[in-house]
Write a protein that binds this ligand. Sequence first.
Ligand code: D61
Ligand code: MG
Length: 414
Amino acid sequence: MGLLSSLAHPEEVVALLKFKFGGCETVMPKCDFSTMPPTRRRCYEFLKMTSRSFAAVIQALEGDLRDAVCIFYLVLRALDTVEDDMTIPIDVKVPMLKAFYTHLRESDWRFMESNEKDKMVLEEFPVIATEFQALAPIYQTVISDICQQMGEGMTIYLDQSPDSMDDWNEYCHYVAGLVGIGLSRLFSASAMEDTVVGEDTRLANSMGLFLQKTNIIRDFLEDVLQEREFWPKEAWGKYGKKMLELSRPEKRGDAVACLNELITNALHHIPDVLTYMSRLRNQSIFNFCAIPQVMAVATLERCYNNPAVFAGVVKIRKGEAVKMMMEATTMDSVKAIFSHFTTHIKERIPPNDPSVVTTRAIVDRTLTLTKVEQPYVSTSAYYPLYVSCAMLMGAIVWQYWTGISNVVNNVSSS
Ligand code: D61
Ligand code: MG
C-alpha cells in the first residue's frame, strides 16, 4: 500500500519521516561493505535483490551471525527458487531438491535454466558456496542439515496440495518451520543466545509456521491464479470442489468463512511465538525475530473477515509497517502490538461465523498473554489532536483564501 495511504494516519507520517531521515539507525544500523571480500559483498547484493522483508533485519545482526544468516537465507532462497519454478519437470526437480545441499561443498555447481525472478542465486551459486565454505564449521553444519531436510520435505508436496490441517502444518514445517529451527541453532551456536533457544524446536517451528501461514492466507489469489494451491483442502473442500471456486464473487460468503477459519488456525501459534521471543537476550536478534512476527499479526488483522483477499493481495500500509519496525524492540512493545491487532480482530468477529467460538477463545487467550501497561498507540488515540490540527489548518487556509479573494476583488473592481 503506497505512502499516501498513511496520510490519514499522521503518527505513521511521523514514523515515515523519522525512517527517511535515519531515525531507525538504532534499530537497523547499516553494515559497511567496503571491507568485505567481493564474493561476500555480492551475497549482500543478492540478499537485497531477493528479500524485501528480511534484508534490513539480517544486515542489522551482530558479529559473525550476520554473514551466517545471510548465507542461510540465500541457500534456502536458491532451493525455493527450484521448488517454485513450474517450468522444471517434476522428474528433474525431485533429484535436484534432494541433492541440493551437496552443492554447498562444491566450487562450480550452478543452474542456468531457471525462469524465476530470483534466478541469479542459482546462476551465480558458486559465489554463495564460496561464502558458505568460509563460515565457521558449526554454522556450515546447521545450514547444510536444514537445506537437506527442506529439500526432502519439498519433494513430498510437489504434486499434491496440503489436504488435512496436519498436512498444512507439515508443509509449512518443511518450508518455514525448519528455517526457524535452523536460525535458533545458529543463534545458540553464536553464543549470543542460550542453548535452550536452539533446543526448543517446537517454539522455533511455530515462529516459522506463523509467518508462512500468514503469507499463504494473504497470497490466496496470486497463488491460485498460478495454479499454486497451498490452502488445506480440509478447509476449502467444505465450500467447493476446486479451490479456485472461492475466488468467484457469488462464493464470497463461503470464501470469507474459510478465510476466517485459516486465520483462526494461524492465531494458535501466537502463544509459542511470544514464549520464544521472551527468551531472547541479544537486541539485534530480538529485532530480527520480532519485526516479521508483528508484520504478520498486522497482516492477519487486515485479512480477517475481509472479502478483498479474494479480489487482490491485501497489504498493511508502509507507514504502519515502519512504525511497528521502529517500536518492536522490547517484549512489552511487541505484546502491545499483538494486543492491538488482536483486539481489532475481536471487534470484527461475525456472530454467525462458523469459527466464532474457536476464534473468540484464541483471541481471549492472546489478550490475556499480551496484557501490558503501555498500549500500542495508533490513529484512534490521536483523533482529538488531529481534529484540532485540521481545524486550525482549515482556519489558516480560510483566512488566507478570504484575504486573497478580497485583494482580487479590490484589484478587479479598481
Ligand atoms: C525468526 C526470524 C525469521 C524467520 C523465522 C524466525 C522463522 C522462519 C522464517 C523466518 C521463514 C519465514 C518464511 C516466510 C516467507 N516464505 C517464504 O519465503 C517461502 O519460501 C520458503 C522456503 C524458503 C525459505 C527462505 C527463507 C526465508 C526467510 C529467512 C530465511 C530463509 C533464512 C534466514 C532468515 C529468514 C515462499 O517464498 C516466497 C518467494 O518465493 O518469494 C514460498 O515459496 O512459499
Ligand atoms: Mg516455495
